[in-house]
Design a protein around this ligand. Structure first.
Ligand code: PAF
Length: 283
């Protein structure tokens, strides 16, 4: 595995790989690699001959009060995990080479980025869309794998690729869960044992929704409220939002139509740690 830190060098390598007719797959991360990231690498390896993993804690997607400075950066361990997983190139640039002095350009995505995480974290998706565009231009992938865990991010990236005519296939990787159902996330390390146990309520909420919809209850608004109550009744937990949305527009849906698929979005605090999760629900 080759470690690259310079955007220009990464671009030259990607260009050569393309000229040699290699299929490039990219997996973008902010590091602190876990089982979820490694499952993305595995999925990329199924389609692409060459896998580039990027590690970059992107400052522009964090708000002032968020955890940019304390975000875990275990680079040595990440590099060892990436190598063991069979990654071909690890691209880990410094912030200065991605956002040099006098950097001025951003990419924004409107409707799909407006609600939920977009409302809670106003400039977040602008930061994500900008860095993803830059990393696409640097790594020149044919395919890119993103986790379903960040479902709204995935919807924003799909929109971005379609709207800006980027010839990149976006592959969605299923959520990897811990034994108690908690979705794996780099931020889970902030949870105490009690908070981690309590956070399993998110997955219980998703299971509850599946059961209630299977009972032919089409009142999604009621079901979302039941889940909010379940979360708020769990010691140390506070619901932020629970809502069913249609997959592409990320607009709330109140009543289910038989045969259609929706996505249930959940965000809550376990202690002071904010967690998000989601599940696909077919009516
Ligand atoms: O999902 C993440 O880890 C980040 O938002 C991403 C896509 C790597 C962009 O910084």
């Amino acid at each position: 595995m080759q470690i690259i830190t310079e955007p220009g060098q990464m671009q030259t390598i990607a260009e050569k790989l393309r000229l040699n007719r290699q299929c490039i797959g990219v997996v973008m991360t902010m590091g602190a690699l876990h089982e979820g990231h490694l499952s993305l690498v595995k999925l990329a390896q199924k389609t692409a001959g060459i896998v580039i993993l990027t590690i970059f804690v992107n400052p522009s997607q964090f708000a002032e009060h968020e955890d940019l400075h304390k975000y875990p950066r275990p680079f040595e361990n990440d590099a060892a995990l990436a190598k063991a997983a069979g990654v071909d190139f690890l691209f880990a640039p410094e912030a200065e080479s991605i956002y040099p002095e006098n950097y001025q350009t951003t990419v924004t995505c409107s409707a799909v980025a407006k609600r939920f995480e977009g409302e809670m974290r106003p400039d977040h998706f602008k930061g994500v869309a900008t860095i993803v565009t830059k990393l696409f231009n640097i790594t020149k992938p044919h395919i890119a794998v993103f986790g379903e865990k960040d479902a709204q991010q995935l919807a924003v990236i799909r929109r971005l690729v379609e709207d800006l005519n980027m010839p990149i296939k976006i592959v969605e990787a299923p959520i990897v869960r811990e034994k108690n159902g908690l979705a794996v996330s780099s931020r889970n390390i902030y949870l105490s044992i009690q908070e981690r146990d309590a956070a399993a309520i998110l997955y219980k909420g998703i299971c509850h929704a599946k059961m209630r919809v299977a009972e032919e209850d089409n009142n999604l608004q009621n079901i979302a409220q039941e889940i909010e109550e379940m979360i708020n009744a769990t010691p140390g937990c506070r619901s932020d939002y629970v809502s069913f949305v249609d997959e592409t527009r990320f607009e709330p849906v109140e009543t289910a139509e038989k045969g259609r698929e929706y996505r249930l979005l959940l965000a809550m605090y376990s202690g002071t740690v904010r967690l998000i999760d989601n599940g696909k629900i077919r009516a």
